[in-house]
Design a protein. Structure first.
Ligand SMILES: Nc1ncnc2c1ncn2[C@@H]1O[C@H](COP(=O)(O)OP(=O)(O)OP(=O)(O)O)[C@@H](O)[C@H]1O
Length: 610
């Protein structure tokens, strides 16, 4: 402005030319500035521009109020300036920039600096005026600003993301700074604490090796704490500080990239392909939580090293008192004091009574021991029901029936006549078989019996020995009776029937073995042999007939044999005999037996089956 004023004082003509050129340039700059501001206003519609609306509003009014000459000059100058601006390019741009700055500053200020040129009476005068904004304008401007601030600001997605990242980064930085600050405080505190601790320890004097060890351990612990802190710090740093970066960072750049990648692939498969990996069941290890009850004596830490506690004091209880929870017998053993006191106070009568009581107890125990002997050590009279039960169980003997005599434990207990016993020993039967033990006593009582035992168990001797005992017990025929044909031909005392010829011959051998030494005659009546020969033998006389049912019936029906004195019948393998269809023959044979013979003597038919 001062320059321009100085020019006015010098040469007015040249100043006019110069001012016109300046005005033109300035006018074009103002117009271009107003165009720029107008464009900005149209874009944002927020900031009122001094060269925009104002130019169109108040400034336009002022311009209209000026002289037509001035307006024509300005318009012409403006046009020229626009044309020049288009042609000169960069130069005008710089000008526009400077003008734009002034326009911008004026738009923001409360007072608008404005330059106006006035031509008064052909003389050019440049007057710089600063016009303050009117009150309406200020209020309008303020209202516009408030409205603009009240309007919501819409941000694009990128802007929002950038804002979020910026906020997150700020949070992370703040947290990191906070942590570092805390860590520094903690380090400082621990350092001071350890330092003071060391100084204290040094002051107290660490002469002993124990203190040195403790210091060493303390230092190690401190080092370990430092390491742990460092690790925690690194972990926190990696977890919180790089969280934002990690979100953008691919997973493969991480430290444990392979593991994470595998997990990621697995998660993708499960999510999109429906592949579910079968989780390995955690097998619980055996004895994992099993408490081991075994212990070694060396593990016992309850040993009292103090001699005072080693010899524990025995509590002396008055009367018969005992300590609860401890075995009474062991307490009595240890309670010497009470025992000795009782011993002292007893008189002779009490001692004698005690002795007799002890004697009774001893006798009772001896009797118990005697009764508890094995059945083989006992006499027959000493055997009780329990012993007989054990005996039967030992030989697997099962007896059913009423008032069944006890089995024999040996041949001597059977009360067998001596001549028969001699034969038994001569044959070589040292001890009876189970079926013989059970059946012989019953047979000796002339009772009916059904014996069931396996093949080769000695069933033949079981029914033969009682039969021999019975026959030998019969009165022997007198010589005059022998001369009597009737007595000789009254038939055998017993018949033994077997289903097959072979079995009958086997029984005959066994019967002859026992009967021959006793003078008892045996005749076999079996099929396949001559009926006449058999009839001849029967006519000579016999005590025992061994026969198969068919041939025996035949012999009886043809009167080769009579059963006038036969009261003893043995059916060997009776079940097999019935299976073979001999039941009818057996019934008919039994009809040949006399009925009356059963009454004088208690002899009944005996049966045997296997
Ligand atoms: N007490 C005994 N001591 C030793 N040997 C015996 C005794 N009793 C029988 N025997 C022998 O056992 C063998 C079989 O006996 P036995 O023929 O009587 O059996 P079993 O049961 O009648 O047979 P099966 O069912 O074939 O008639 C015979 O050789 C016999 O001499």
């Amino acid at each position: 402005m001062e320059g321009e004023v100085g020019v006015e004082k010098g040469s007015r003509r040249s100043a006019d030319r110069t001012d016109r050129g300046r005005r033109e340039r300035r006018g074009s700059a103002e117009r271009s500035s107003s165009r720029r501001d107008g464009d900005r206003d149209r874009r944002h519609d927020d900031v009122p521009s001094s060269s925009g609306n104002k130019d169109r509003g108040g400034a336009e009014k002022r311009r209209r109020s000026r002289s037509p000459l001035e307006r024509g000059d300005k318009d012409r100058g403006g046009k020229r300036s626009r044309d020049e601006g288009r042609s000169s390019g960069g130069k005008d741009d710089r000008k526009k920039k400077s003008d734009g700055k002034s326009a911008g500053s004026s738009s923001n200020g409360a007072v608008k600096p404005e330059e106006e040129e006035e031509l008064v009476g052909g003389k050019a005068a440049v007057v710089a005026k600063v016009e303050p904004l009117s009150l309406e304008e200020i209020l309008a401007k303020k209202k516009t600003e408030e409205e603009q601030q009240a309007k919501p600001k819409f941000l694009t997605k990128e802007e929002r993301a950038a804002e979020a990242i910026r906020r997150r980064q700020e949070e992370v930085d703040a947290a990191r700074a906070r942590m570092q600050e805390q860590q520094q405080v903690r380090d400082k505190f621990e350092h001071e604490a350890s330092k003071s601790h060391r100084e204290d320890r040094r002051g107290r004097g660490r002469s002993s090796s124990r203190d040195r060890d403790r210091d060493r351990r303390e230092r190690e612990r401190e080092r370990e704490r430092d390491r742990q802190r460092r690790r925690d710090r690194d972990r926190d740093h990696s977890s919180s500080g790089s969280e934002v970066e990690r979100e953008r960072e691919p997973i493969r750049h991480r430290g444990d990239g392979d593991v994470d990648k595998t997990k990621e692939e697995q998660a993708i498969k499960e999510r999109y392909l429906g592949v579910t990996q079968r989780r390995r069941r955690r097998q619980r290890r055996l004895n994992e939580r099993k408490f081991v009850f075994d212990w070694d004596a060396g593990e016992d830490t309850s040993v009292d090293y103090n001699p005072l506690y080693k010899a524990k004091h025995q509590a002396q209880m008055y009367g018969r008192g005992h300590i609860g929870g401890i075995d009474i017998k062991s307490q009595k053993k240890n309670a010497r004091f009470y025992t000795e006191l009782i011993e002292k106070r007893r008189n002779d009568a009490e001692v004698e009574q005690e002795e007799s009581h002890q004697e009774k107890i001893r006798q009772k125990e001896a009797k118990q021991r005697h009764d508890d002997r094995h059945w083989s050590e006992k006499l027959p009279d000493e055997m009780n029901e329990r012993d007989w039960r054990i005996f039967r169980e030992d030989y697997n003997i099962v007896i059913k029936g009423g008032r069944v005599p006890n089995p024999i434990r040996n041949w001597e207990e059977a009360n067998i006549p001596s001549e028969i016993m001699e034969v038994i020993k001569k044959v070589g039967y040292t001890s009876p078989t189970p079926i013989q033990r059970a059946a012989i006593p019953i047979g000796l009582q002339n009772r009916d019996i059904i014996g069931v035992a396996e093949t080769g168990s000695g069933k033949t001797a079981a029914f033969l020995i009682p039969l021999l005992v019975w026959i030998t017990s019969l009165p022997k025929p007198r010589p005059e009776d022998k001369m009597d044909d009737d007595a000789e031909h009254q038939g055998p005392y017993a018949i033994i029937m077997a289903p097959t010829r072979e079995l009958a011959q086997q029984i005959e051998e066994e019967t002859v073995k026992f009967g021959a030494p006793l003078g008892i005659r045996t005749v076999a009546v079996i099929g396949g042999l001559s009926r006449e020969d058999q009839g001849f033998k029967l006519r000579l006389g016999c005590e025992i007939v061994i026969a198969t049912p068919g041939r025996l019936l035949d012999v009886l029906e043809n009167s080769y044999l009579v059963l006038s004195q036969c009261t003893y019948v043995v059916l060997d393998e009776a079940d097999r005999m019935i299976d073979m269809g001999f039941e009818g023959d057996v019934q008919k044979i039994l009809e040949f037996m006399p009925v009356t013979t059963s009454s004088p003597t208690p002899k009944k038919p005996r049966t045997k089956s296997s």
